[in-house]
Design a protein around this ligand. Structure first.
Ligand SMILES: Cc1cc2nc3c(=O)[nH]c(=O)nc-3n(C[C@H](O)[C@H](O)[C@H](O)COP(=O)(O)OP(=O)(O)OC[C@H]3O[C@@H](n4cnc5c(N)ncnc54)[C@H](O)[C@@H]3O)c2cc1C
Length: 388
């Protein structure tokens, strides 16, 4: 790893700053209040080239890696977009692009990657189920072969953007858990067209990020052609892992990005606001907690760079990715919490945005991997017995 900033990285940073300057806190406050999808921002991400960052050049993308994507996401989040900087990229431009790039057939790459790069096609990712929860190996959505088709039946929960996505990468079982030697066997992924008959979507009312809908998805006798299988039948777990590490790197970028946005906003406020004849920022009780959280975010961001670098080299990166995600989220949450404290009562007012960032960053400790499960993984790598 080398810390010299390349021309490409400077360009990513400056482009992300320019996009965030146009789609700043006021824009997101309005989208959140109106519970409206941010189509303008989505289109702008396409024009800026961010949807195609991970797509190979031959399919219209930039052939860049997760280190670049992490930088784009963190900069968008930190410069004014908050969670949306990761949220609007991680599912389609992150997970779907990587999943298809790494495991798709030539026909799938041609069909999907070009549209992903332009922003014309958006994906949702169907992993979580109400019963299985965190234990993905326990998914019960079945895919049964019937001639040249598979028939899908099951239920997913919390599937973000499934109300409007063109496609879903769906995690199923082609062989039930009871019939496989290892739990990781018997899982298969499909690229499902969301217009296929038998799919029903129902939004879940939620705490934050209401500029997106996260929904229950019901699948009843949904018939898909065998060409929509992503990767090998029964071996989808490994294709899924290819997508989960980028997702965690994206959430590490969100943790430090939202945290930095809140901290920078609070620092400006703390220089301005006077109540005892001095700016409140001159009291170390106000400045130190934010400063300490900032220092921790800087360290976590370095770990994200390392995890992403390993991923881009095709190396094992599970440990580093979980360390980056867990530490970025802890530091980011502390930064938002202490920034809200610096705003006093105004931290509770929607017009100062910090209460929205608090709602946004709360998600990062629950998903896509909870903090406990990230630490379970790290602890196991350190030598503790497996606890899940
Ligand atoms: C806004 C939002 C958007 C989402 N978007 C998507 C999406 O697009 N696609 C998708 O597939 N999913 C999505 N999710 C789902 C998210 O990934 C899950 O909520 C998450 O994986 C946890 O599952 P669960 O809610 O069922 O929790 P549970 O599995 O019921 O866990 C509950 C708690 O117990 C803890 N726990 C469980 N087992 C252990 C253990 N062995 N050791 C320690 N602690 C443990 C967990 O960490 C958690 O804190 C989204 C969730 C939210 C809230």
């Amino acid at each position: 790893m080398n810390f010299e900033s390349t021309q490409e990285r400077s360009m990513i940073r400056s482009t992300a700053e320019a996009v965030a300057a146009e789609y700043g806190p006021e824009y997101w406050r309005e989208k959140e209040e109106n519970e409206e999808f941010a189509q303008g921002f989505w289109d702008e991400l396409g024009e800026a080239g961010f949807h195609g960052l991970l797509v190979p050049e031959e399919y219209g993308g930039a052939s860049m890696g997760m280190q670049d994507m992490g930088l784009a996401m963190e900069t968008l989040c930190a410069e004014g977009c908050g969670m949306a900087g990761t949220w609007y990229l991680v599912l389609t431009a992150g997970m779907a692009a990587v999943g298809i790039r790494e495991n798709g057939t030539e026909a799938q790459k041609e069909k999907y990657l070009t549209d992903i790069a332009t922003g014309e096609r958006n994906f949702c990712i169907g992993i979580t189920e109400p019963e299985a929860g965190t234990n993905t190996l326990n998914v019960a959505t079945r895919a049964e072969k019937d001639g040249d088709e598979y028939v899908l039946n099951g239920q997913k929960a919390w599937i973000t953007f499934s109300d409007r996505a063109d496609n879903m990468i769906l995690v199923t079982r082609t062989t039930p858990l009871e019939e496989v030697d290892r739990g990781t066997d018997g899982i298969s992924l499909f690229i499902v067209d969301m217009d296929t008959p038998g799919i029903d979507v129902s939004p879940i009312s939620k705490h934050g990020m209401n500029y997106s809908k996260s929904c229950e998805v019901f699948l009843e006798d949904v018939r898909v052609p065998k060409e929509d299988l992503l990767g090998e039948e029964d071996e989808g777990w490994w294709a899924l892992v290819d997508m989960l590490n980028p997702e965690r790197i994206g959430f590490a970028a969100a943790g430090t990005g939202i945290g930095k946005l809140a901290a920078n906003t609070a620092i400006e406020y703390a220089n301005d606001r006077e109540v005892f004849d001095a700016p409140i920022g001159s009291h170390q009780a106000v400045s130190f907690p934010i400063t300490k959280a900032y220092a921790r975010m800087e360290t976590a961001a370095l770990m994200r760079e390392k995890a992403a670098w390993l991923y881009d080299q095709g190396e094992e990166c599970g440990y580093e990715t979980n360390v980056a995600k867990a530490t970025a989220v802890e530091a980011g949450i502390e930064a938002v919490k202490q920034s809200m404290q610096a705003f006093g009562g105004w931290g509770y007012a929607t017009e100062y945005d910090v209460e929205r960032w608090w709602r946004e960053i709360n998600l990062t400790r629950l998903a896509p991997v909870s903090q406990q499960m990230a630490y379970n993984h790290i602890g196991q790598q350190l030598g503790f017995p497996k606890s899940y």
